[in-house]
Design a protein around this ligand. Sequence first.
Ligand code: CTP
Length: 213
Amino acid sequence: RIIVTAGPTREPFDPVRFITNYSSGKMGYALAVMAARRGAEVVLISGPSSLPVPPGMDFISVGSALEMRDAVMSCLAAATVIVKAAAVADYRPAVRAENKLKKKQGPLVLPLERNPDIIAEIGAVKGDRILVGFAMESENLLANAKAKLFAKNMDLIVANDLHQTGAGFQCDTNIIKILDPRGGIEEVPLMDKLDIAGRILDRVKVLIDERKC
Ligand code: CTP
């Protein structure tokens, strides 16, 4: 049973406005589809995305990072694998106004507070579960990805470079590097996100087989 998180989160500050990011959900949805094709029971937990809900899996729609955390934690006990492809907002507006904010003279200052780091929370309690995270970087790709892999107790991290053509949030393709805690770095060249998903799940399968021994 695999949990896949996908898409952005949406952090509202009044009834009509929110902070978010450019994530399309494509990489996470591709992972969910490929995992279902390979016989996994899939729970796809998705932030707002324009993609159609893929058939053959449980689907949980969430808005904010706090909602995503609640959804993930409620499914965690039954899961063997967790893949966190979602682009979770690190901060949310500290106050959510009940009514639409009216404009005033001068700038608006919006205080933000930290969201929970969902994958770090999973990493702290995961036990035998296999935890796969992502790192989207615009500089120092490998060093930053490696730091996140260890800091959040992941089994694999998928690193992608925001500046590479054919990689990133809105594309149908990706170019990735898969890092593991033993220092291994697998470079996966430009390919469709569904094929990229297959390559990530190949690595997950190896870990599952190792744990069975
Ligand atoms: N993540 C998460 N909860 C957060 C932030 C990130 O679960 N509040 C997960 C993402 O789903 C991803 C991994 O952590 O699998 C790395 O996310 P990323 O945004 O690249 O890194 P951060 O840890 O947020 O660090 P920074 O923003 O400083 O690069």
